[in-house]
Design a protein around this ligand. Structure first.
Ligand SMILES: Cc1cc2nc3c(=O)[nH]c(=O)nc-3n(C[C@H](O)[C@H](O)[C@H](O)COP(=O)(O)OP(=O)(O)OC[C@H]3O[C@@H](n4cnc5c(N)ncnc54)[C@H](O)[C@@H]3O)c2cc1C
Length: 407
């Protein structure tokens, strides 16, 4: 049975983030977009402040450290709590949850495949951020010639004594320029496909590991997206995730994919947050405005549009909660994670388009409705990264066809 009620702690977290979002983050949103950065002072304050309301679940999810007092009969709530926070932060500004200090997308592969020593070394270093310097981790899979076709990566790795030598180029890496380490996927032999993949933690400052260009994007402009270049980069063998044992089968590719089972619902929750922002904006606009002397909601076409946006967003959120419930129960959730991402990307994109339309000509005015325009730019990427909408539909259909009993 899926439990939809929020726990007391989750409820408090949601309320605290809603208040922070409304009163602090949203008023900075357009400036951050223009300046292409989230102020470090805000991030630092947030880390300090969140000590009070950051739940153990959030710490567990983002830092990869299991709660010490975990009652084995009580499943984790880490994934469910994380999506609640992700939706609220994205509602306020989508660049914020992506720019939060922490291991980020790099955490799931380290948690899924890292040895106990690697987990301690690479995830443990994020524990001191309340007082020490802010740190980010990153995830480097995509290459100029391999995005959706993950199996087609060409970044090479070759063993040389106690090191691996990496050569290649990674692109569109979230927080890639500032990351203290990045999980880099490479191949020992492209002809082996997935079986040839290896995942390495490559630390900033490793000779031969450089940051290339920082992308100038259409949306999410306050969040850094970087190119990473590896030229004869010598990585110590201790940084091969899971050690050589982990790659006897297709494990390398599975490491990349396991990441997505946890992060797709998270990204889907952010999409719901942006869509909800646009939806609420349009709702408030129609409540306050009149067309031809009549309140706008009296027009059936507008009422229907609002109802449709609300229904789609609500359905997407339920899919997000279902996918994270399964993840917290340790039940395979690849299909549900993809369903949540596919549904949320579409629902939120349509919400942003329809919100502009509902506001009529006003919706297209930059000065008056700059947030509507920003959300419209921000949302597009949610149907692209972490697997495009098309790829989600491929994953879903494969799972449905291979397990006809699943519905
Ligand atoms: C802001 C941003 C942040 C990102 N962050 C990261 C990151 O941190 N780490 C990382 O590794 N990557 C990251 N990415 C890369 C992202 O994951 C890829 O862009 C994405 O996987 C799509 O790959 P692609 O852009 O090469 O498109 P392509 O794979 O070339 O796809 C182009 C089009 O073809 C469609 N298509 C491709 N294959 C199929 C198929 N089999 N069936 C149907 N349609 C198909 C796609 O849906 C899409 O519409 C980021 C991208 C962006 C924009």
């Amino acid at each position: 049975m899926i439990e939809f009620a929020l726990s007391k702690k989750q409820h408090e977290l949601k309320e605290a983030l809603q208040s922070l979002g409304r009163h602090v983050i949203r008023p900075m949103s357009l400036d951050m977009d223009r300046n292409k950065e989230v102020p470090e002072s805000f991030l630092r304050n947030f880390m300090m402040m969140s000590r009070g309301f950051r739940s153990d679940d959030i710490a567990e999810f983002s830092e990869g450290t299991p709660r010490k007092e975990r009652d084995p009969s009580k499943p984790s709530e880490a994934n469910r709590t994380a999506v609640i926070a992700a939706e609220e932060l994205a509602w306020a500004d989508a660049a914020i949850p992506l720019s939060m200090p922490g291991p980020g997308l790099g955490a799931p592969p380290v948690r899924a495949t890292g040895t106990p020593e690697q987990k301690k070394r690479f995830l443990g270093m994020f524990r001191d951020m309340d007082t020490g310097p802010l740190k980010w981790g990153a995830y480097g899979l995509t290459e100029p010639g391999a995005g959706s076709d993950v199996a087609g990566i060409r970044t090479s790795c070759r063993k040389d004594g106690a090191h691996w030598v990496l050569n290649g180029r990674k692109c569109y890496i979230t927080n890639g320029g500032r990351a203290v380490w990045t999980v880099i996927f490479a191949t020992v032999d492209p002809s082996l496909g997935r079986a040839g993949h290896r995942a390495f933690v490559v630390e900033k400052g490793t000779p031969g590991f450089e940051v290339g260009k920082i992308e100038d994007k259409m949306g999410l402009r306050a969040n850094e997206t970087a190119e990473l270049v590896l030229e004869d980069c010598r990585v110590p063998e201790e940084n091969l995730l899971g050690g050589e044992e982990a790659y006897r089968s297709k494990e390398g590719f599975m490491t990349a994919m396991k990441t997505f089972d946890n992060t797709r619902p998270l990204v889907a929750a952010m999409a719901v947050g942006i869509g909800r922002a646009a939806y609420e904006y349009a709702r408030d606009f129609v409540k306050q405005n009149y067309v031809l002397g009549r309140p706008i909601p009296r027009y059936a076409a507008i009422a229907e549009k609002l109802a449709k946006i609300g229904r789609r967003l609500e359905a997407a959120r339920l899919l997000v909660h279902r996918a994270t419930y399964l993840a917290d129960m340790n039940i395979p959730n690849a299909k549900e994670a993809s369903m949540s991402k596919a549904a949320a990307g579409q629902a939120a994109t349509l919400a942003c388009i329809d919100a502009i339309e509902i506001c009529g000509a006003h919706g297209t005015l930059q000065a008056e409705h700059a947030l509507l325009e920003k959300w419209f730019r921000d949302i597009k990427v949610y149907d692209i990264f972490e697997g495009t909408g098309n790829i989600q539909r491929v994953v879903i259909s494969k799972r449905i066809v291979s397990n006809l009993k699943s519905f």
